[in-house]
Design a protein around this ligand. Structure first.
Ligand SMILES: [Zn+2]
Ligand SMILES: [Zn+2]
Length: 933
């Protein structure tokens, strides 16, 4: 009679049918909802374990990068939840200022052919809000489909009233401390998005461009010129000087004289400044303070004028301080068109000395890819040096570790060279800068609440037009999502500082480093103790998956085809530390086959077990007398212990030792967070040990009616139950489905809320004895395969004690003798053989294998195979191997080869030689046994 538990378990694994209902059950049961009062930081009895999600853009849709990122977070959160922590995973979205604004601008343009300026600020913001209300946050729903166990009751949004309050508080505090200031300087400008960008948002791209060498004749001495080199000739319209190094002998006599700026025909001075590098080009540089950040510094030092000749649309015209600089024929041209015209004119006047191909990096807008234009403007900046100090210290002293540890060096280098952060954006979508200006008394006021009167003169005020960089709200994310700046907020007290921050290395500086700085500045503590940087998703050509390359994979396609578990397993088992993942977007079936195969096999093991266990109740293992356990039982229980230990080693310590703020020991960034190793240890246990050995060995016992059946069932249910728990964080759906159906399971119990297995100390290492049995079975099977014994043939096997010559202690032989004698029937059953203890070594041809205890397996071959023919076959194989080996040996002694060949080739040949030599020994043994010589 089939067990009732099996009735509901379909023969075919159908992930789509099981996943959604299971997710709904978890939600309904509140498994993902953390309770602040249970945190031991507020008097509860559990360690909190908190992860804040890297908030996806509110208009984003799920891609494989999110898939990887969120699966990793879910594995960690589910593990800690089962391990008894009060686990909280805070979800949410980012309003994504520039990205969302671009989407809405495009939408309005496509439907109405209007720009945002046509629409007007108030209406544009309203429309964007409506767009976000309608379409935004879809990605969070999609995260459910991959099984993310986020606490949805705490979903946050960077533009919500609560988080906006945190942003204001942060700005005003920095302002009051003098760490945020308004500066007039050259910043990166995107002429398409019409906003300034931070250094990080203006991404450098290596390009082959041109370097133009231009002659600037000396005033009053046209026969002599200074040659400058530039990649952007159009900027020369804004030149106010040329500079040479004060120590450059070539030009010492020219310092203080003037040159004639070509095209503009203005005389400009020759300055001495260290910025000019005598070793680069001619050693003369043109100075364009309004259109180059370095030139701006020179301009400041020498109090030069700063004419602006390129406007916000990257069009050449006289913007300010540039009267008479732009010739009529260039005025109104796009920067690149102007460049061509200028080059033509320089050529015509013979002032273009030469043009070279030039490898340099060009910065592009990270949102629209437009080449960024350096531009002089007024922007708000955060003074970063003082903020960076404690953040640097935290990584140096181990309060925060970055995994993999090679990123720690990158982090330290960046932090040591940090520059002020431009936080104002000329956008409309975002947190408006909370600064008000009074035109009457020039007072500037930063305020936590909106003001309409000047606090000094009560005159009318106007608010700064700009909004804050999106990252100015995301750098507060761990703080703001938990209730900061309210010091008494329940979640802030219970869950802050958080634990692990999981993300890709591409936003280490955009986001991670800034969160650490914000954590120390606003709260005085680290925001998290571990930064886990996973690899990036790439296609088979190693290109980053991206929308523009159309080489992405939609995780929902994968979920619909193969299930979330297949996706999760594939991603986790491929998550080598610091290694990018390769998936083929054109072959989902193959790409996700590791996960599909795993899920299907686990399902089949589960079905087999549930089908053979029966539905009557199962004795808990704790009630079972140890003496009733067989050798195989003790072995698998010991393997379970070992598996738990190895998985925990792969995952590492969940937090540094000691109290909150404790330090990681040296090298801790090299330990733990090995999710791929965790998956592999768990897989090996379930496949190789439970399914391939233990289930097979126990089959006979389950069929019996005797008391041993109860023992076998108890052990099997225990082991499978624990295996499902260990696998649950990686493949939560299938494990939950199978676990629910184990005999004796209570209806309202959920694996997602079950306890993480512990090592059972009562079960000492019982491995040696059963390993001996496994070795005997494997050895006999191998010999059968080697001599091609037909599967139906029963083989006689003799077990022979170690010889005295092997120099072994008699005791060693004795334990093995007992094991082998007792388990001979089992060994026989598993290998289709008649196993007996050898009274003496048999004469005649025989095959041998040696066990770990140095006992031998002997399989007499007479009558089993054609010994004469087999002997000839092996002999000729040995002869041919020896021939090849001697020619390889000669090669490795050839000095010519050794000096000329690449070292890795030589090493490969040496390895081959070692391998062949070992094989020759084995073959020779075989020939000896077969042919009797
Ligand atoms: Zn742009
Ligand atoms: Zn005033």
């Amino acid at each position: 009679m089939p067990s009732p538990s099996l009735d509901s378990l379909p023969a075919q694994f159908d992930p789509v049918a099981i996943e959604r209902p299971i997710y709904e059950r978890w939600r309904a049961a509140g498994v993902f909802t953390a309770a602040a009062e249970r945190s031991n930081r507020v008097g509860g009895d559990r360690e909190p374990f908190t992860i804040v999600i890297p908030p996806p853009n509110v208009t984003a849709v799920l891609h494989m990068g999110h898939g990887l990122d969120n699966v990793a977070q879910d594995v960690l959160v589910r593990w800690r939840r089962m391990a008894g922590d009060e686990a909280l995973w805070v979800p949410g979205t980012d309003h994504a200022g520039i990205a969302t604004q671009n989407v809405v601008e495009k939408l309005i343009w496509n439907t109405e052919k209007k720009t945002r300026f046509d629409v007007g600020r108030a209406e544009f913001v309203e429309r964007t809000e409506a767009f976000v209300r309608e379409t935004g946050g879809a990605i969070l729903k999609q995260l459910e489909a991959i099984g993310s166990s986020c606490d949805w009751s705490r979903t946050a949004y960077t533009l919500s009233p609560e988080l906006s309050r945190a942003v204001r508080e942060a700005f005003v505090r920095l302002y009051e401390k003098g760490l945020v200031y308004r500066g007039h300087r050259v910043i990166h400008w995107c002429p398409r998005c019409l906003t300034s960008l931070s250094d990080e948002e203006a991404e450098p791209h290596e390009t082959t461009g041109k370097l133009y060498h231009i002659a600037y004749p000396l005033a009053g001495e046209p026969s002599r010129s200074l040659v400058v080199a530039t990649t952007r000739p159009e900027t020369m319209l804004g030149d106010v000087a040329v500079a040479v190094n004060p120590n450059d002998e070539r030009y010492r006599d020219l310092i203080g004289r003037r040159v004639v700026l070509p095209i503009v025909n203005l005389e400009i001075p020759v300055l001495a400044d260290d910025y000019a590098d005598p070793a680069f080009g001619t050693g003369v540089v043109k100075i364009t303070p309004a259109h180059d950040a370095n030139d701006f510094e020179v301009g400041m030092r020498h109090k030069l004028s700063m004419p602006v000749v390129i406007d916000e649309h990257a069009v050449v015209r006289e913007v300010s301080d540039a009267q008479g600089r732009v010739p009529d024929e260039l005025r109104g041209l796009d920067r690149f068109e102007a460049r061509e015209r200028i080059v033509e004119r320089l050529q015509a006047s013979r002032q273009l000395v030469k043009v070279e191909a030039h490898q340099h990096s060009v910065r592009r807008c990270y949102r629209c890819d437009t080449i960024v234009e350096p531009r002089l403007s007024d922007q708000w900046f955060v003074r970063m040096k003082p903020l960076a100090e404690p953040a640097l210290q935290a990584v140096r002293d181990g309060t925060i570790r970055i995994v993999p540890d090679r990123w720690e060096g990158v982090y330290v280098h960046w932090m040591e060279n940090i520059r002020d952060w431009n936080i104002s954006r000329q956008l409309w979508w975002g947190h408006r800068i909370p600064v008000w200006y009074c035109d009457a008394c020039r007072m500037q006021t930063a305020s936590r609440t909106d003001i309409d009167r000047c606090p000094k003169c009560s005159g009318a005020v106007r608010q700064d037009e700009d909004v804050l960089d999106t990252w100015f709200s995301s750098w507060l994310w761990p703080l703001s999502t938990l209730g900061w700046p309210d010091a008494n907020a329940r979640d802030y007290r219970a869950f802050y500082p958080t634990d692990v921050l999981v993300t890709g290395p591409d936003i280490l500086f955009f986001w991670v480093a800034r969160m650490i700085m914000a954590g120390y500045f606003f709260d005085g503590r680290h925001p998290f103790h571990t930064v886990f940087l996973h690899g990036i998703m790439r296609d088979t050509q190693h290109r980053k998956m991206s929308k523009s390359l159309a080489n992405g994979i939609d995780p929902l396609d994968v979920v619909n085809l193969y299930g979330a578990d297949a996706l999760r397993w594939t991603v986790v088992s491929g998550m080598g530390l610091g290694v990018d993942q390769i998936l083929d977007p054109n072959n989902l079936e193959q790409s996700f086959s590791p996960g599909r195969n795993f899920a299907t096999k686990l399902w089949n093991i589960g079905r087999f077990l549930l089908g053979n266990l029966g539905s009557d109740s199962v004795m808990p293992l704790t009630e079972l007398a140890a003496t009733r356990l067989t050798r195989a039982d003790r072995w698998i229980l010991s393997r379970l212990n070992e598996t738990i230990t190895n998985i925990e080693a792969a995952l590492g310590a969940p937090r540094p030792p000691g109290k909150v703020g404790g330090r990681w020991p040296q090298g801790a960034a090299r330990l733990g967070m090995r999710l791929d190793a965790y998956a592999e240890v768990a897989r090996r246990f379930v496949w190789d040990e439970v399914a391939d050995w233990y289930v097979e060995v126990s089959k006979g016992r389950l069929g019996d009616k005797g008391p041993d059946r109860d023992v076998a069932r108890a052990v099997l249910v225990h082991v499978f139950d624990r295996a499902l728990r260990l696998l649950h964080p990686i493949v939560p759906f299938i494990t939950e489905a199978l676990w629910q159906r184990l005999p004796g399971r209570n209806e309202d119990e959920l694996l997602a809320a079950a306890a993480w297995p512990r090592v059972d100390e009562r079960l000492g290492a019982a491995e040696r004895e059963f390993e001996e049995v496994r070795a005997a079975v494997t050895g006999i099977r191998r010999l059968r395969a080697e001599y091609a014994v037909p599967p139906g043939t029963v083989v006689d096997v003799l077990l022979s004690p170690p010889t005295e010559a092997a120099g072994l202690a008699a005791a060693n032989g004795r334990w093995a003798e007992t094991v082998l004698r007792e388990e001979a029937p089992l060994i026989g059953r598993l290998t289709k053989s008649r196993v007996a203890m050898a009274a003496q070594t048999p004469s005649g041809a025989a095959a041998h294998a040696v066990l770990p205890s140095h006992w031998s397996i002997i399989v007499p071959l007479e009558g089993l195979i054609d010994v004469g023919r087999e002997c000839e076959r092996q002999r000729s194989e040995l002869a041919s191997l020896e021939k090849q080996l001697s020619s390889l040996g000669a090669r490795l002694e050839n000095a010519n080869f050794l000096t000329r060949a690449k070292p890795e080739i030589v090493e490969a040949e040496r390895a081959k030689h070692r391998e062949w030599s070992a094989r020759r020994l084995v073959l020779a043994e075989k020939v000896k046994a077969l042919c009797g010589d």
